[in-house]
Design a protein around this ligand. Structure first.
Ligand code: GLY
Ligand code: MN
Ligand code: MN
Length: 429
């Protein structure tokens, strides 16, 4: 792996926290991600299923974890099943985990090859009243391709119709929402690599550069610093493209006088950073651009203070929307009078600020955690107000990752340049 070894205690603790939540005589079965087919004889690059990584640290396809804490057979209370590696595989595909390596990474004593899984399943099932199966419950996600957990659940229900099954996802979401110290360390590394990427391009951007050239600089910096790559498709959007919220083509030339909105985050040890910065292509904001930029920056700085225990994403959105509405009036985009008379179902600010301010962050860029979930110490969320004025070719977003603590919010990206003057100064070097 590119990342430095992670202490196995992190995964041991994660499993302990999960098994503490399981009722007596439970069995939990989790699968790794598939290798997703591309074309011909190629797969897409492998990315581990996030829950599987969270519980095992195992970064390999075709792996299965079973947790059966009450099983009489001690060797099956916690067991990991892996592809059996052999000389042929080692020569053609490269290295796969040995049992010893898997033990060291995961802290799981009982590591078996996959051909022993069916027997182990039968044995644990005979003693289990409830079987917990994993699934992707992300509410706004639809895929035509069933993942391994879903395929297994379908088959399981056919093969073992008399066993009671339960959802594992809510239990895992509850655990994953709050990050341990070890996880926060990994997220800080992702953040630090992202900072390096940004500072590199502050020295690189100028009129005439293509968005993909800028992305290539970021890719290079990420690679040099042990990132797996990006935590999500990076947005490198100049001029009008900055107003397209999910712009990912990154294929246009950056023009003199335009703004450049960049939203990218390194993925380190499967943990993602998520940052947005907006800079002037030629190194100097126009007066109007700076007024708009500073309006977003003021909202960003005030919004950052709202990541305290007990707040929620829904409440935070309302608080930030009010601030943004005021700034939009200040920029002359609509009047107080117009706001007073607006249809409350269709508030005017939404024309210029149409997305939410926060989402949970962790192993996934849009990590587990709902909008009414009260913030707790250890949670990490983004803070990302934006302003998109299509008629003026202005798209601005500022985004940092914020850790909730008992002593107030901690901005994990506070050392990444954000003041307009700092950006101009660094671009002029
Ligand atoms: N980069 C995705 C987001 O900001 O939500
Ligand atoms: Mn975000
Ligand atoms: Mn982002």
């Amino acid at each position: 792996m590119r990342y430095h070894p992670i202490p196995s205690t992190m995964f041991v603790n994660n499993r302990k926290h999960l098994t503490n939540k399981l009722p007596a005589k439970s069995l939990a079965i989790l699968h790794s991600n598939d290798q997703y087919p591309r074309n011909g004889d190629q797969f897409f690059p492998f990315r581990q299923q996030s829950d599987f990584f969270y519980l095992t640290g195992i970064d390999q396809e075709k792996s299965i974890l079973i947790l059966a804490p009450d099983c009489k057979n001690k060797k099956l209370r916690e067991a990991l099943f892996l592809i059996e590696t052999n000389e042929q595989i080692a020569i053609w595909e490269g290295h796969k985990y040995t049992k010893e390596e898997a033990r060291e990474i995961s802290g799981i004593e009982n590591v078996y090859w996959l051909n022993e899984f069916e027997m182990a399943l039968k044995e644990t099932l005979a003693e289990s009243d409830t079987v917990f199966l994993n699934s992707n419950e992300y509410i706004k996600f639809f895929s035509e391709v069933p993942d391994k957990n879903l395929r297994f659940a379908r088959k399981f229900k056919e093969d073992y119709p008399l066993h009671k099954t339960e959802r594992l996802a809510p239990l895992l979401a509850e655990l994953r929402m709050t990050k341990s110290e070890e996880e926060i360390k990994l997220m800080k590394t992702a953040s630090e690599i992202t900072r390096r990427g940004f500072e590199r391009i502050l020295r690189f951007v100028k009129p005439g550069k293509y968005e993909f050239e800028i992305q290539a600089e970021i890719d290079h910096e990420f690679g040099l610093n042990r990132a797996n790559g990006h935590g999500y498709a990076p947005i490198i959007a100049s001029g009008a493209n900055a107003c397209v919220l999910h712009y990912v083509e990154n294929d246009k030339m950056c023009n003199d006088g335009d703004l450049l909105l960049m939203d990218f985050g390194a993925e380190y040890a499967n943990y993602s950073a998520d940052m947005s910065r907006t800079i002037p292509v030629n190194g100097k904001f126009t007066e109007r651009q700076k007024a708009c930029y500073n309006a977003v920056l003021r909202v960003f700085k005030e919004a950052r203070k709202l990541y305290y225990p007990g707040n929620t994403i829904n409440k935070l959105n309302e608080q930030v929307n009010k601030m943004m509405e005021k700034e939009i009036i200040g920029l002359g985009l609509f009047t107080e009078e117009e706001v007073k008379n607006q249809d409350p179902e269709k508030p005017l600010f939404k024309k210029y600020f149409m997305h939410g301010t926060a989402h949970f962050l962790g192993l996934d860029v849009h990590d587990v955690g709902g909008k009414d979930e009260p913030f707790k110490p250890g949670m990490v969320l983004t803070c990302e107000p934006g302003l998109y004025i299509r008629e003026e070719n202005i798209g601005i977003r500022i985004e940092d990752d914020i850790l909730v603590t008992e002593n107030g919010p901690v901005d994990l990206m506070e050392n990444i340049p954000v003041e307009a003057d700092d950006i101009e100064r660094m671009m002029s070097k």
